[in-house]
Write a protein of this length. Sequence first.
Length: 320
Amino acid sequence: MIRLENLSKAFAGRPAVEGLSLEVPRGAIHGLLGHNGAGKSTTLGMLLGQVHPDAGRTLVNGHDVAAERGAALGRVGAIFEAPCFYDYLSARRNLRAFSNLTRRVSEAEIDAVVERVGLAERIHAKVSTYSHGMRQRLALAQALLPTPEVLILDEPTDGLDPQGIAAFRELLLELHAELDLTILFSSHLLAEVEKLCGTVTVLHRGRHVFEGDWRAATAAARRRVRIRTDRPAEALASLAAAGLVESADRDGQEPETVTVRGDVPLARANAHLVNAGFDVSAFAPIAPTLEAFYLERATKTEAARATAATRHGASKEERN
């Protein structure tokens, strides 16, 4: 459904996106993650045809955005950067005005999207009277008016309070199920992406560092467990001596945290402690979080860049 092929873009000689490729299948909710300046908005801008790539191409439903803009984006709705409205007009007149820029839509179609986003009671009020959350719902209504198959959302919950974020999330999930939408969702709110997206692409300094099911990746790579015993230091040493753990973290606080080897059943590690005479009051697997996964990927990528830069500098000195 959405495909980016080796996209690159630089501004004033500084790379914003470098060699980015990703694919979002039909019906997926895919998260685009990265810190401020990682290249998320530039990537979405290229996908929407608002930023011209220096290299590569973007395709939606098999159509090249640059060569077949109408066919590629005709069934795409978007909230990109800060939504703009005519504050002195009613919300309904805003929707009518913006829909006329793309294609004629019926009053029934407008009524349907207004009902879907929960603005029916305030649709005739001026936008100047709208809260930030209502403006975001209006932006979503606008994005739904092309009867889209794809939604591109750039930080759609930015500035919302926790209640507004939760309400917007539930609305998106309802729309996804009801309309069979494909959604590409950019956000720096990792906890929110975690609740919405099964797959993610992680960007770091404009480069792709991960794409796929982050839960599967964390489950395969790490099995962290919090344990509480009567003799924590000895318990960790015993697990290590038995070859059951990859690492153990000690910061003087309880419970201790260990990473159990991938080929070792967790029950076996627990049984080892019990059989060795330790009083185990807690042995709890730590559910992986998207935040921890993202930070780990970003840290590893930054360390690799630093190592490469050091090697390059050393090699340059040797040549000189």
